[in-house]
Design a protein around this ligand. Structure first.
Ligand SMILES: Nc1ncnc2c1ncn2[C@@H]1O[C@H](COP(=O)(O)OP(=O)(O)OP(=O)(O)O)[C@@H](O)[C@H]1O
Ligand SMILES: [Mg+2]
Length: 355
């Protein structure tokens, strides 16, 4: 484990804020704080913050309720404008790469280099071919600054800013370890965004953001039944295993609408998986792990499993992380279990690690 103290992991998703804090207790990573705050609709639209005060209010409430002392946080920026690319470059020293990265990035991303913040990581060196694989992450400066400013407005100190797909990977690694061989797809399906990260031999080899998620299902239910957003949301989540205000009566069209929209969404995910298989030389994807609130809908995993011909399971963020049930509300955590992977991944980050 890296030196230092765990930062508080804060995932500002478009539907809700998820907050997690870990502590090592008798040598075991343990969740000691968990908070969930539903954001009002339209707080974040198309990945852009429209209502920063609502987020600041949510952060303040969570901090007060949970009596969290630590103000240093790890944040995730919304992935809509984030670009993640794997590049094969000629072997070079880190000083040379530092110098060249902006130029390389400029070839890969559709934005003006002045407007983006670049981060990169050498994945592996291949001296036999005189090449190395470099992972490039580019986020709009505006989005990174917005996220940091919101945290500061809530009197927090942003120490690390990560992206959703890699936070999920951190949560996965902490619980399952990184498989040395084979291919694993990690798919996080939220409200407005789906991130795909395919690990091959434990190294991210394909990442993609799809601007689609559970909102599309709610919107369709709302439109077809002529009801409010909240009602549509209740019907949708009720169908997936919950209880709707003690009532079990859900309009008979709802399951069919969910099925139709899920078919489209999983079709988009499968196209990415197919693209990966067609271009990577890999024959198959060994296992698929799904996370994010929309992964609660059994039909999502089933549709991927049927067509990707790989076993699909829910990523369990507490497979190897303990939960202190004296501090954490277990029922609330269970209700949002699928949604906490990004926040758990962020909460694994430490203050003294190299970023
Ligand atoms: N039990 C459930 N059944 C069906 N859908 C659910 C369930 N629980 C949550 N969802 C849906 O999951 C979505 C929220 O998931 P999540 O918290 O992962 O997204 P987010 O991080 O807020 O958004 P994003 O990352 O897309 O900006 C919403 O669309 C919500 O309706
Ligand atoms: Mg999210």
């Amino acid at each position: 484990m890296a030196e230092g103290n765990y930062l508080v992991g804060v995932d500002i998703g478009s539907s809700s804020i998820k907050l997690c804090q870990l502590k090592d207790i008798r040598g075991k990573r343990t969740l000691v704080k968990f908070g969930y705050y539903a954001l009002p609709p339209q707080t974040i639209v198309d990945g852009h913050v429209q209502n920063a005060p609502a987020i600041v209010e949510g952060l303040n409430q969570l901090y007060n309720q949970l009596k969290i002392k630590r103000r240093e946080v790890a944040l995730a920026v919304s992935g809509h404008a984030v670009i993640i690319k794997k590049m094969a470059l000629p072997l070079m020293t880190s000083a040379e790469l530092d110098e060249q990265i902006d130029w390389e990035a400029e070839q890969q991303i559709p934005y003006d280099i002045k407007d983006v913040q670049i981060d990169y990581d050498v994945l592996r060196k291949r001296p036999e071919q005189g090449q190395m694989d470099v992972l490039l992450v580019a986020a709009k400066k505006e989005d990174v600054n917005d996220a940091a400013q919101i945290a500061r407005d809530a009197k927090l100190k942003p120490m690390v800013i990560d992206v959703d797909a890699f936070s999920v990977q951190n949560a996965f690694e902490a619980n399952y370890g990184l498989p040395k061989d084979g291919t694993v797809a990690l798919i996080n399906i939220g409200a407005s965004l789906t991130t795909i990260n395919i690990l091959s031999q434990g190294i991210p080899s394909f990442t993609r953001n799809i601007i689609n998620g559970g909102n599309a299902i709610t919107e369709e239910i709302q439109k077809r039944l002529g009801i409010s957003w909240d009602e549509a949301e209740t019907y949708k989540t009720g169908i997936a295993g919950g209880v709707v205000d003690g009532r079990s009566v859900v309009p008979s069209e709802v399951p069919q609408i969910i099925k139709q929209v899920v078919e489209g969404l999983s079709g988009e995910i499968l196209r990415s998986l197919d693209f990966y298989l067609a271009t990577s030389g890999e024959k198959e994807i060994g296992r698929v792990f799904v996370a994010g609130g929309t992964a609660n809908i059994p039909e999502v995993g089933a549709a991927i499993e049927r067509r990707a011909k790989a076993p699909v399971e829910l990523l369990d963020p507490f497979k190897d992380i303990a939960v202190d049930l004296k501090e954490v509300n277990g029922d609330m955590l269970n209700l949002h279990r699928a949604q906490v992977c990004v926040a758990i991944g962020l909460s694994l980050r430490k203050d003294k690690e190299k970023v």
